[in-house]
Design a protein around this ligand. Structure first.
Ligand SMILES: [Zn+2]
Length: 640
């Protein structure tokens, strides 16, 4: 293969020695079936792996093959590269000519399919992978997978589907997946890389001559190779200086600090140390004959992408005296580090709301305190329940909340009905409850008592729960049966699909009517959780006239062990908000549990309480023909 500018001449692997082992995986004498490469940008994989592999195959082992690129607009470029390779390698005579094709009465498939004796190479994108649904393929080459747009890629089965096309060649097929990664939650290359033996490229330190990795930043004690147990002793990574006066990067100062010896070297000998490098696996592959590789652009040949270039990208993402620029940082993480962009996480802490315990006992509606703090009367009681456990081992968690005129909240009581605990289903001793209505041990019987309760207000009057919400996402038929049978005013509620990232929009409807029943409501859970996290962060100075709107109050005194850290407050910090940037550059976010073991029931109950209060006000506004802008304040004024 002969290359154009900027390095004209025959293709030589000493420019990108790290791709040598990978192209050799294409050999019929190599046992590799799947090869996954997660890489930085501009590091030569299309040129030195995918394109020459096709050329080799045409001449030496012709078979049906497919080159898939990330999106349709990348097809012409890929096609052009294959054409250039065919011409420059002098193998054009192998390709069946256009006139021969016409004689075969094939039409319309000129650029994207090359026929030759014994096979063809078809060039397409993931969006039209269905075109290959019926064909047998021996060679499948996937380039830039993470560029794929649209929902189909989240299915994760796409790669499995494509690999099935090679079933006829069980013992000889090759599937190569090569991509710069993008967002973590939708990456295809990351899981493909993790499935293999995760090879890293070791070079010789220019100071201590030990094999080391080139990584952006290495912390002390960070384990580098889990197979050998090798641990980094020192901090290491790319270092540089910035001129303190001009703020300009001092180019001569850019170099690498070895995490083994602490020595420093620049990239001027890169050609040599790359050629002395070696791939080392760092994990056991999850299936045999599966090899995977990770390499950052810090390994690119000097004339493609030097370390100064990477440092400039990092500086661009970290403006002086300002917070990290997420767009720029994503570009840096993907193209330089060859790593997925994870986005920032906003964590909530329950420390702040634990300070909001006020001088009232649980089970009492603290109206006098609300008046005293300047918030006015208590206007409404809401209750919400979250359903957990199993049908025959139920646990219903609930919280009753009082809302004052100002819109601040006062938690009145919380509790659990049923004894289900995750990981404790084998315990036969504890009494189990059921979601079946009418049974002696039904959770509904006890929940009905909560809803029946007449609550004492500390100003002497009594209140009942105005509206309650029931999460019907799980145990739907049982929840509906209860809603149909009870005399209480219950709204069925359901979160939208929580796993999805949502655009961070300023103005989004928090709920909409569900289609299945008149009393069903679908919540925009991410948005309500955003609001709740703002409420959790509110601070109140007692010298002020009133509490801030949305302020959360909790009882100081509770006799029966409720409102402690583990059974209540910890739930409020069980989730974090992941902020990311989607493929069109919009900021998106979603709330998710910090890990699978944390409990978040009371957080869910609170989210539902916020929602049912707003839905109750909305329904009232509609009934009174007040329109959609009818607010909590309007409601308070109307009911006096
Ligand atoms: Zn060293």
């Amino acid at each position: 293969m002969v290359m154009d500018k900027p390095r004209p001449g025959a293709l030589r692997y000493n420019q990108t020695p790290y791709t040598r082992e990978i192209i050799n995986r294409f050999s019929p004498y190599d046992d590799a079936r799947v090869v996954a490469v997660m890489k930085g940008a501009q590091i030569g994989f299309s040129t030195t792996v995918l394109v020459p592999a096709i050329g080799w195959m045409i001449v030496n082992n012709p078979a049906n093959s497919y080159l898939m690129v990330g999106s349709p607009d990348l097809i012409p470029k890929a096609s052009e590269r294959v054409d250039k390779m065919i011409d420059s390698a002098g193998i054009a005579s192998y390709i069946r000519s256009q006139s021969a094709r016409r004689a075969n009465r094939k039409t319309g498939d000129t650029d994207t399919k090359k026929d030759f004796a014994g096979g063809y190479v078809s060039i397409g994108s993931a969006n039209n992978h269905k075109n290959i649904a019926q064909v047998d393929l021996q060679y499948i080459l996937l380039d830039d997978l993470d560029q794929m747009k649209g929902e189909s890629k989240t299915s994760g089965n796409l790669l499995k589907l494509i690999e099935k096309r090679a079933a006829a060649y069980k013992d000889s097929y090759k599937m190569f997946l090569i991509s710069t990664p993008m967002e973590k939650h939708k990456s295809l290359i990351l899981p493909a890389y993790l499935e293999g033996d995760r090879r890293h490229y070791y070079i010789e330190c220019q100071c201590c001559h030990e094999p080391i990795l080139i990584k952006w930043d290495i912390r002390e004690g960070e384990i580098i190779n889990p197979l050998t147990g090798e641990v980094a002793n020192n901090r290491g990574g790319i270092t540089w200086d910035v001129d303190p006066i001009s703020g300009e990067l001092d180019e001569k100062s850019v170099g690498y600090c070895c995490y083994k010896c602490g020595g420093w070297f620049s990239d001027k000998n890169k050609y040599d140390f790359l050629n002395g490098g070696i791939w080392q696996p760092t994990a056991k592959a999850q299936r045999p004959q599966y090899y995977s590789y990770h390499i950052s652009s810090l390994y690119a040949p000097l004339w493609m992408f030097d370390w100064k270039h990477s440092v400039r990208d990092w500086i661009k993402a970290h403006p002086e005296g300002d917070k990290r620029d997420e767009r720029e940082y994503q570009v840096f993480a993907n193209t330089v580090l060859g790593e997925c962009y994870e986005g920032e996480a906003i964590e909530t802490s329950s420390k702040n709301i634990q300070r909001n315990r006020q001088d009232y006992p649980s089970g009492i509606v603290p109206e006098s305190l609300s008046r005293q703090y300047g918030n006015g009367d208590i206007v409404m009681l809401t209750c919400s329940a979250d359903l957990n456990g199993l049908i025959e081992d139920a646990r219903l968690d609930y919280e009753v909340v009082a809302w004052d005129r100002l819109g601040a909240s006062w938690s009145v009581i919380h509790g659990s009905i049923g004894t289900f605990q995750r990981g404790d289903s084998a315990n036969k001793e504890r009494p189990k409850m059921t979601y079946e209505y009418g049974k002696e041990n039904s959770v509904w019987k006890q929940y009905e008592k909560v809803l029946d309760t007449i609550w004492q207000v500390d100003t002497g009057r009594q209140m009942k729960i105005r509206v309650s919400g029931l999460d019907t996402s799980n145990f739907t038929t049982y929840a509906y049966e209860f809603m149909d049978r009870t005399n209480h005013y219950i709204l069925g509620i359901k979160g939208d699909t929580e796993s999805k990232f949502k655009r961070k929009a300023a103005d989004v409807a928090l709920f909409k009517r569900g289609a299945s029943r008149q009393d069903m409501w679908i919540l925009e859970v991410n948005a309500i959780k955003d609001i709740n996290s703002e409420y959790m962060a509110l601070k109140w100075d007692k010298a002020e006239d009133s509490q801030p709107i949305g302020f959360m109050n909790f009882p100081q005194i509770s006799n029966d062990g409720i409102y402690n850290k583990a059974n209540f407050f910890d739930h409020f910090e069980a989730e974090e908000c992941i902020i990311s940037v989607n493929s069109v550059g919009e900021t998106v976010s979603k709330w998710q549990k910090k890990h699978s073991k944390v409990a978040n029931h009371m957080l869910d109950c609170r989210i539902y309480n916020i929602a049912v209060r707003d839905i109750a006000v909305y329904i009232f506004g509609v009934k009174m023909k007040k329109g959609k802008e009818f607010s909590w304040i309007d409601y308070c004024n109307m009911i006096k």
